[in-house]
Design a protein around this ligand. Structure first.
Ligand code: TRP
Length: 342
């Protein structure tokens, strides 16, 4: 694989700048498009490890795959993609990582924090780089020394969002909000980081947090019922994979109890939550794939800043709003409208 690197680098350069492949071996074709027909196309293998199945991670995985394909086509090279789903199971995730390492893939793209953590351990002592996707807080997860210069052999993308903006939505609908239920898995550092950032904001606004933590998707229904029975004014769900896997159950319970659910990801609103302001995960996936290609081209992940998308798109589920008797327009804080899902 190492030998191919020169060719791949040059081919990407050729695609970008329409230059020839001077200095990179005489056998290589001089244009990107001709390379695939040369019988010795550059062959890279990228292992994608999707932590579990929920709609946002499915969306990210699809975006990564199609962007890798497009980039490869533009450069006239082949990138073989092995997409594996860890099903949220620690043993399965570990096995997949072991397999990627023994297959000597050229790069691993783990999607979501729990997958990235296991993959990072698996590539220790190898020269396989990681470009992780949608890791909310890579520094807290100990995957990056800093966002600007992650160090080691890994970098990636983050979906960190400003929780104060979500609280603005809560208060826009109900300025008298006094209690807010928090449903998340304490074991996911991505959620814990968001919750910690939210606490001082809640305090400042005089809102009391009522915790209802879970460890598996199977516990989400009870957690929701518990908060509804306590009469919380609203529920907040951070970017939590465990809750995401059972979001529709939580949403149903909340709607039954007349409690609005605010979330930190758009998929959680598509799955029945009321409103969010978050990132575009298709864009995040594409960005991850572009960074992966840069690393395949020879760029050093240690010095490539973690990319955070910060588009702050408001998404409202109008079906949920109608069920709760809420006018969705209260969430149009900027006057620029919102993305409406049903
Ligand atoms: N950011 C999450 C993590 O770090 C992964 C994630 C992406 C996610 N999109 C989501 C979790 C939507 C819940 C809902 O692990």
């Amino acid at each position: 694989m190492k030998k191919m690197k020169c060719k791949l680098t040059a081919l990407f350069a050729a695609a970008a700048m329409a230059l020839s492949l001077a200095g990179c071996g005489s056998a290589a074709s001089s244009t990107a498009s001709a390379a695939s027909g040369s019988g010795q196309s550059a062959d890279y293998t990228v292992g994608i490890l999707q932590y579990t199945s929920h709609s946002s991670l499915d969306e990210i995985a699809a975006a990564i795959q199609s962007e890798l394909e497009q980039q490869a086509q533009a450069a006239g090279v082949t990138i073989n993609v092995e997409l594996k789903n860890g099903q949220g199971d620690a043993a399965t995730i570990k096995d997949i990582c072991t397999m990627f390492v023994s297959d000597k893939v050229d790069l691993i793209i783990p999607i979501a924090t729990p997958a990235a953590t296991v993959a990072a351990a698996a590539v220790q002592g190898t020269d396989i780089p990681l470009v992780y996707s949608a890791v909310t807080d890579p520094v807290t997860a100990q995957l990056a020394k800093s966002m600007e210069a992650p160090g080691e052999n890994m970098t990636g993308t983050s979906d960190y969002i400003d929780t104060a903006k979500i609280l603005d939505l809560v208060l826009a609908n109900n300025p008298d909000t006094k209690t807010i239920g928090l449903v998340y898995n304490l074991g996911e550092s991505n959620s814990a980081a968001t919750i910690e950032a939210l606490r001082p904001v809640l305090e400042e606004k005089g809102i009391q947090a009522v915790e209802s933590t879970v460890t598996t998707p199977g516990e989400v229904q009870m957690a929701a019922q518990n908060l509804v029975s306590k009469g919380v004014d609203a529920i907040f769900v951070p970017i939590d994979n465990t809750v995401a896997s059972a979001m529709s159950v939580l949403a149903d319970e909340a709607i039954k109890g007349g409690v609005p659910v605010y979330t930190a990801a758009d998929s959680l609103v598509r799955d029945g939550g009321l409103a969010t302001t978050g990132v575009n995960y298709t864009k995040l996936g594409e960005l991850t794939a572009q960074m992966a290609v840069q690393v395949l081209q020879g760029e050093d992940p240690a010095t490539m800043p973690v990319q955070v998308l910060n588009d702050g798109i408001v998404t409202v589920n109008t079906t949920t709003a109608a069920a709760l008797g809420i006018d969705p327009n209260v969430f149009d804080l900027s006057g620029e409208g919102y993305v409406s899902v049903e």
